[in-house]
Write a protein that binds this ligand. Structure first.
Ligand code: HEM
Length: 403
């Protein structure tokens, strides 16, 4: 896939630092983020518009709005995560990027340098996913926030918020990146913004897709509701909406993992580019510059790894664990489950994604019954899907009814 990775200079320094930053923040100090993420989920659910106790809503839109609000708390802090204009711009921009990339794939490689950008721009012009409009709005908010950080840093009133270890306050990821750019001159402001846009995609779109798949499957399979609710009640009543409570919800963990096994956001995983010729143990040599990836979508539906692989079994992974299998939690990596990749570059945000999906799922199940009004037969993947990427079916709607 030519042009997929930057040529020549390799990845910028900032992109090499971000995985470590994610591990040091939303993994190591996940508990610090939980109260605000929980509150963000509750606030988002309060915006649902009920008529006669029922609200009919786009399944992806529900998941996307919840994750955008709660994820933005970790990325840009509490004030912006409550700003509707910013949140709308984030959501529109991510979908704009997908549509633009989708359309650019249709342009022949030889014409890409000449008309690729223009075609991309035209693809979303005049729609609510207009990338340029939403990017402008987002940049306005980023600039304002950066000016606040700047003033704090140079007024001597610097709080310890950006310190990874000493404060109880969760680290705002944008703030950490910005401070590193200003104080240590490790990268430019433009690079910080570029990395934030990538992180929004890596965090918000993928996690929303996971939650979307789980909500759609649950609406189709009401028999899972009672055992899941029982488990939520038990864990929340003992520990509240905390990391240990999320860890204790093993049925939900298995249900979410089964949904991701069957509905991953991409059919390929663990993309790598050879930086030098690489001889494999079977004698094949991959030339420098070769792009390789693992066909995770096929592996996850293979009878070599899964009994009855195309059938949905929400408790498949708890049964495996009970049978002594290791690596059966949602966040575990294994060669037969590659939704979060594999090896040194496996997703460092998976603990956050797991906790966020569980909290959101728990709140929804606690408060509502979930019904599938007339979308039973609709596929989960929509017509915008392309290459290895799955894009949601925006027409799939669910009804949530107050209990
Ligand atoms: C269900 C949600 C998610 C899915 C399915 C997902 C999936 C992935 C995959 C497949 C990779 C590539 C792994 C590899 O190449 O081996 C990856 C990398 C990455 N993800 Fe996630 N991700 C999710 C959530 C998140 C979240 C919440 C964050 C941030 C908090 C995040 C940040 C990253 C970063 C920074 C990388 C690059 C890692 C590196 O290059 O070393 N992801 N993710």
């Amino acid at each position: 896939m030519p042009g997929y990775f930057p040529k020549g200079m390799g990845w910028p320094k900032i992109a090499k630092t971000t995985p470590g930053l994610i591990r040091a923040t939303v993994y190591k100090h996940l508990h610090r983020y939980m109260p605000s993420i929980n509150q963000a989920i509750i606030s988002q659910l309060q915006t649902l518009d009920f008529k006669d106790g029922e609200c009919n809503v786009g399944c992806f839109d529900l998941a996307y709005s919840i994750v955008a609000r709660s994820g933005s708390f970790a990325l840009v802090g509490s004030r912006l995560s409550r700003n509707e204009e910013y949140l709308k711009a984030v959501k529109d921009h991510i979908l704009g990027m997908i549509v633009t990339t989708r359309v650019q794939f249709l342009v022949p490689d030889c014409l890409k340098p000449y008309i690729g950008g223009l075609i991309g721009r035209l693809a979303t012009l005049g729609t609510s996913w207009d990338m340029h409009t939403s990017r402008k709005i987002m940049l306005k908010h980023f600039d304002a926030r950066a000016a606040e950080y700047h003033a704090e840093i140079f007024s001597g009133n610097r709080s310890s918020k950006s310190n990874l270890d000493e404060s109880d306050n969760p680290v705002e990821i944008f703030r950490w990146l910005y401070e590193s750019s200003v104080l240590r001159e490790r990268w430019t402001y433009a690079e910080v913004i570029g990395e934030m846009l990538l992180l929004q995609f890596a965090f918000i779109y993928t996690t929303s897709y996971g939650l979307y798949g789980a909500l759609a499957e649950l609406a189709r399979r009401p028999e899972y509701i009672a055992p899941l609710r029982e488990e939520i009640d038990l864990n929340f009543s003992r520990m509240g909406p905390t990391v240990p409570a999320c860890d204790g919800m093993v049925l939900m963990d298995s249900f979410l993992k089964e949904c991701q096994r069957l509905h991953p956001p991409s059919a390929l995983s663990a993309h790598r580019v050879c930086i030098s010729d690489l001889k494999l143990s079977n004698g094949i040599t991959l030339k420098q510059g070769s792009h390789v990836a693992v066909p995770s979508g096929i592996i996850q539906r293979s009878s070599e790894h899964y009994t009855n692989p195309d059938a949905f079994d929400g408790f498949r992974f708890v049964k495996r664990a009970a049978g002594g299998a290791k690596d059966s939690r949602l966040v575990d990596l294994s060669p037969d489950y590659l939704v979060f990749g594999m090896g040194a570059h496996a997703c460092p945000g998976r603990w956050m994604a797991s906790a966020l999906m569980k909290l959101a799922f728990a709140h929804i199940l606690n408060q509502y019954d979930i019904l599938l009004p007339n979308s039973t037969s609709l596929p989960l993947t929509g017509s915008l899907s392309f290459e290895e990427f799955y894009v949601p079916n925006f027409g799939l709607r669910i009804a949530v009814r107050r209990r």
